[in-house]
Design a protein around this ligand. Sequence first.
Ligand SMILES: [Zn+2]
Length: 508
Amino acid sequence: MDKYIVTIAPPTPNGDMHLGHLSGPFLAADVFTRMRRLKNDDVFFTSYSDDHQDYVASKALENKEIRFEWALKYGSRIENSLKKANIKVDWFLKSCENKYYKEAILFLLQNAIEKNGIGEKQIRVPYSFEDNQYGYEAFAKGTCNYCGSESDASQCESCANYPVLEEMGDFISIISKKPMGFVNKERMFLKISKYKDHLKELYKQNPIREHLRTFIDEVLSNENIEWFIDRPDGNGIDLTFQGKKITLHTWFSGLAGYLAASKEYWESVKQPQRHEEFWKDKNTKVVNFLGFDCSFSHAIVYPSLASNIDGFTQNFTQITNKFLKLNGDDFSTSRSHAIWVDDILEDYSSDGVRFYMALISPEEEVTNFEMKAFTDWYQNVFSPTINLIEEKINTTKTCLRFSKDEYDELELNKIDEIFSKWDFFSELQAFSIQNIAKRLEDFLQYIAELFSSGQNEKAMRASFIYVVLSKPIHPSFSERLIDKLLINENEIMDWLNSRKYSQATVKK
Ligand SMILES: [Zn+2]
């Protein structure tokens, strides 16, 4: 049994959840967690609401609302959408005024200082004299000095770099649209260069996707990397450190969010020792799911911060995804060019939405969602097949029990073929919900054909395997049938694994 801490990059509570969010880290992390649990691994699965994000402040200001009230309102709505989509985190922390969160941030800062990882210097920061507003992130925009795309002042969504503010083009305030000015401020920075060797060593073995590897190589090829962690007079987490008031931003505080969520959860279920059992075991794998634009914080900063803490797991892996488009255009909350998770789940089952989103998941490439393609698939492929299987199982008169001795050679070949691929893509090294979903779609079609041609017993036997393997992708349907058929998942998984093992031995 292996230990995993699975995290989803914290959503910003400044609006409702749309399909673009779901298609990325949320669904993949949930499927991964369910996969691990099906394989009897010990998993803690978490995310939290990023209440101190600059975009919450800008959105609240735009709507004449109070910043943290806005965060709490949308944090709860996001948590609700996750539940409806069957994304079952163990704990969804609300970071606003959360003592665990503040403690964890100070803990990470303190450890970084003790290991000489933090420096201080005076630099110029963007300030709009027109609007009396600092432009650290959401309140300023321009063109990225690295890739030329439009970017905010903190981090470019296209290339994931931190723009050099004074080199950005058309750098303006989002309020007055007037050019940003600059003022001097004393700021703290993380000496990323100090952690280069640690990071290089980590990513030698780490199974990360190619676009992330390229990004990390590029970042680490820089001579001197100073990453500013505070925002004097800006929005972030206000703290008192060594008698001094400081404001740290939320990109620095992500690892703290995961730590805080873990501590708060395990205390709430009266097993506080489990928190340390996870984090202080060097074999625990921390697997972060995130959009590519959060790569710098997750792949560079958090492993660096963890390396300052003696006795902590250092085993960090990130699973990144690209973006989903809607009818060929970017999802946009402000332009209302989006499909909201709550809306689509009014009309379609979470099982069907999850399955389809897995099939088109933007893992390595940008992918596109079109409502017509989805409804065609839902009405012509997914629904009829799933309903047929459930109906046949519900109406069959014979007593159905899984028995490994009843499968013939041809059925076993099909099962072994599906399982070997399913198993390969369920492991961290090659994890891919798109590939898992494709295999399941094939398998589903195979079962439907058996039923349609009257081979009911064969179809039933295949269904025993299908409902277990498909549980991480569409849990509601699978759980219903697992109960109905009195299936022992462990028995089936053990059998599939033993077949895989014996086949590998035969091949040798
Ligand atoms: Zn860029």
